[in-house]
Design a protein around this ligand. Structure first.
Ligand code: HEM
Length: 353
């Protein structure tokens, strides 16, 4: 009988490559449950990022990051650049998909207790990746410089003023020679991708060090699983690539049916749009407390997430043995969802000073 741990038969090309690249090194043992969808969500997010990097490089060849030309260069991208509209739409839809999968990945880690000893540091690396993801979505939504992008930029300026010295980089005054839009573009294509590269390298290193967290059973406790398992990592990688292709196909389909939107050039001072779904849930808080809510609410949520491994230190993985934390996390999630639905139904309101 063939077991999944036996190496797959290799072609002559496979043997040739193996001898030179040592590819057999990736066929190490991993637990079978690592191949199930909830445990591949991080991998799906990663393949989504690969699509974003490739399409982003193409878009950067036509985008002009100056306030006077940005919107027009996006119009050119859509109407004049070869396949520009399609590539831009794939970038847009993949960003939406990746935001969903990264949030689902974090919820999976939260509900299966995968942040527990010895994986606490990887939880914090993950929080860094989450911040980078939202930073990329935010800067990306400003770049198109239509009405929505301009309003996002104005909210950015007011939020930066609120945090004082810490927000200096985000203010227009930081550099008199380079406009804020151009610096946000730099953030989008250099600073944030670089941070992403460093954090994801640390994330993957730590996953390799500890192995995937054990399968959740009523008595399962958190421990390292490195070197254990009935499946192999190359099988896991193939599963990841398969899901990655599915993400690409979905983004392509959505792009063909609903091309990425672009509004009219922005009119400074007007407030007539709402942000995308990733930020719209902040709308009711902004209504109540003004633009400072855009800093305070994410800071509180980030702080609560940072407390998770500190407050929940029991070794058990089962949600039934961690009812307090699971109910609290569920409550916060419901508040965010209700807030988002409410904000979507609410008429647009002015929040800027
Ligand atoms: C761009 C964002 C992210 C990427 C690309 C990513 C990628 C991955 C990958 C490939 C894995 C292996 C398991 C899997 O595929 O699901 C993983 C595991 C893990 N991730 Fe992430 N991740 C991201 C964000 C996060 C966030 C936001 C958190 C939590 C705050 C997090 C915490 C963890 C932890 C603790 C593990 C180990 C899970 C286990 O052993 O069961 N990650 N991540």
């Amino acid at each position: 009988m063939t077991t999944s741990l036996q190496p797959a038969p290799r072609s002559r090309l496979g043997d040739w490559l193996n001898e030179r690249l040592g590819l057999q090194g990736i066929a190490y043992a991993v637990p079978e449950h690592a191949n199930s969808l909830p445990y591949v969500l991080g991998g799906i997010t990663l393949t989504g990022f690969v699509i974003l990097f490739i399409t982003g490089i193409y878009l950067a060849q036509f985008y002009h990051p100056h306030p006077a030309d940005a919107h027009q260069s996006v119009v050119y991208l859509i109407t004049g650049a070869p396949l520009g509209d399609l590539v831009r739409s794939i970038h847009f839809w993949t960003a939406q998909i990746v935001t969903v999968t990264v949030l689902l990945h974090m919820l999976r880690v939260l509900f299966t207790g995968a942040y527990k000893r010895p994986r606490e540091i990887n939880w914090y690396v993950g929080l860094g990746l989450l911040a980078v993801t939202f930073g990329l979505v935010f800067t990306g939504s400003v770049l198109k410089f239509d009405q929505e992008g301009l309003e996002a930029l104005q909210h950015n300026k007011e939020a930066a003023e609120f945090i004082g010295a810490l927000g200096t980089w985000f203010s227009a005054e930081f550099s008199r020679s380079v406009p804020l839009l151009t610096r946000l573009f730099n953030g989008h294509i250099t600073i944030l991708p670089l941070l992403f590269g460093l954090l994801i390298a640390a994330h993957i290193f730590l996953i390799k060090q500890h192995g995937i967290s054990p399968k959740v059973t009523p008595d399962a406790v958190s421990r390292s699983t490195a070197g254990e398992g009935e499946s192999r990592f190359d099988v896991h990688l193939r599963r990841m690539a398969g899901y990655g292709l599915f993400v690409l196909a979905l983004a392509l389909l959505l792009s063909l049916i609903f091309p990425a939107p672009l509004g009219q050039p922005g009119v400074a001072g007007a407030e007539v749009t709402k942000p995308g779904w990733m930020f719209v849930w902040l709308f009711p808080a902004e209504e109540a407390w003004g633009t400072r809510a855009l800093v305070i609410v994410p800071a509180i949520l980030g702080g609560l997430l940072a407390l998770v491994p500190i407050l929940d230190r029991s070794p058990y993985l089962s949600p039934a043995r961690r009812r307090g934390l699971v109910l609290e996390a569920g409550f916060v999630l419901i508040v965010i969802i209700v807030s988002g639905v409410f904000a979507t139904l609410q008429p647009v309101a002015a929040h800027l000073r």
